[in-house]
Design a protein. Structure first.
Length: 360
């Protein structure tokens, strides 16, 4: 519910109403010109803007990026936009969680937290929550591989890893981020390490198109046992949530191999694949009402800049170990079982990565 902005979005007064809304501690913008007006004023006032792009369904990972942005800027802009062009035609665009009310409540709580810290920190001053028509003003947003539209493609990075299974994903991400960067003109933009390939693609976008925004990468925020936080975790339910930890355990096994001095691809990947196959065999031995099955899409050992697969890690550069696992729908549920949003019927793609730091 866009309490303030919605009422005025079709009115000529909207431009001004969006600028004077007082119902939230930040201003909510559905359109570009009034946000630009605010941005221009902040520039004239020598304020700095940190930008956190999101698709909503905010969790602790987003909040930690916003906290970081508030320590490094006077003003934080957050976008909430479920971007259609990064979902393939058969992907979960329609079922992607949309949680406006709880998102706004979390952002209000953050501003209360920043206010308690006094003048030592910035605050969230703008939320950009545009419609698809605002973000794609001329042609409807296409999710087809050969669809028409004004797109930004970053190759070959976008074809690797996640891009191999999701051919339009990084085209959609790069396109929407280019639009958002042009709109917000932030001093800094914040992305989570969890989506490591996204961070590499965005850094390349900023470099190749001379975008005047620094990219800051925040650490992956994890649950107590190590599962990386993700908006999609709400679909897991207890059983798939417990088994889904396999992705983190597999990557940790690879990290242990690297930390113990191993550099060869086969030794590092054997450690990770060993965990992934053992856990799968354990699950397969259980009955359908007890088990949670998954398919490993990839486990990759790659160069941190190019994402090319490496045969032997160059210890002066380090590497990225990353993986993707699809938790398949539950075959049978038990009465009263917590199966997550969608009753355990929604497949859930989990991705994660660890950075192997360079070592002397
Ligand atoms: O990471 C995300 O949530 C999205 O890919 C992003 C960067 C907001 C672009 O839609």
């Amino acid at each position: 519910m866009f309490r303030c902005a919605r009422a005025f979005s079709t009115s000529p007064l909207f431009k001004y109403a969006a600028m004077t809304c007082r119902q939230y501690s930040f201003q909510v913008f559905r359109d570009v010109p009034p946000l630009r007006q605010m941005r221009r004023q902040l520039l004239l006032d020598r304020k700095t803007v940190g930008f956190v792009p999101t698709m909503g369904a905010l969790h602790e990972g987003h909040l930690s990026l916003i906290r970081q942005a508030a320590t490094e800027n006077t003003d934080v802009f957050v976008s909430i936009f479920v971007n259609p062009t990064q979902f393939g035609v058969n992907e979960d665009l329609s079922s992607y969680p949309r949680t406006w009310d709880s998102d706004v409540a979390k952002l209000e709580e953050l501003n209360d937290e920043f206010a308690r810290l006094g003048g030592d920190t910035g605050r969230i001053s703008a939320i950009l929550a545009p419609t698809p028509k605002v973000m794609y003003p001329t042609l409807p947003p296409s999710s087809e591989v050969d669809g028409d539209g004004s797109f930004v493609t970053i190759t070959p990075l976008s074809r690797k890893l996640e891009g191999a299974s999701r051919p339009v994903f990084f085209r959609g991400v790069a396109t929407v981020c280019m639009k958002l960067f042009n709109i917000v003109q932030a001093d800094r933009a914040y992305f989570g390490q969890k989506d490591v390939q996204q961070t590499v693609v965005i850094k390349r976008l900023v470099q190749d198109f001379y975008i005047n925004t620094d990219i800051v990468i925040g650490d992956t925020v994890r649950e107590h046992d190590g599962l990386a936080m993700s908006s999609r975790n709400v679909y897991l339910g207890a059983r798939r949530r417990a088994v889904g930890l396999v992705i983190y355990d597999a990557l940790k096994a690879a990290e242990n191999a690297y930390n113990s001095g191993k550099l060869a691809r086969s030794e590092i990947l054997d450690a990770a694949n060993g965990v992934a196959s053992r856990v799968l065999s354990e699950q397969q031995a259980l009955s359908p009402s007890e088990r949670a099955l998954y398919e490993v899409d990839y486990i990759s050992l790659a160069d941190p800049d190019t994402l090319d697969e490496v045969e032997t890690i160059d210890p002066s550069k380090g590497a990225i170990i990353s993986g993707a696992v699809k938790m398949v729908p539950l075959e049978e549920s038990k009465p009263g079982e917590d199966c997550g949003l969608g009753d355990g019927k929604v497949p859930v793609r989990l991705i994660d990565n660890l950075i192997f730091k360079p070592r002397p």
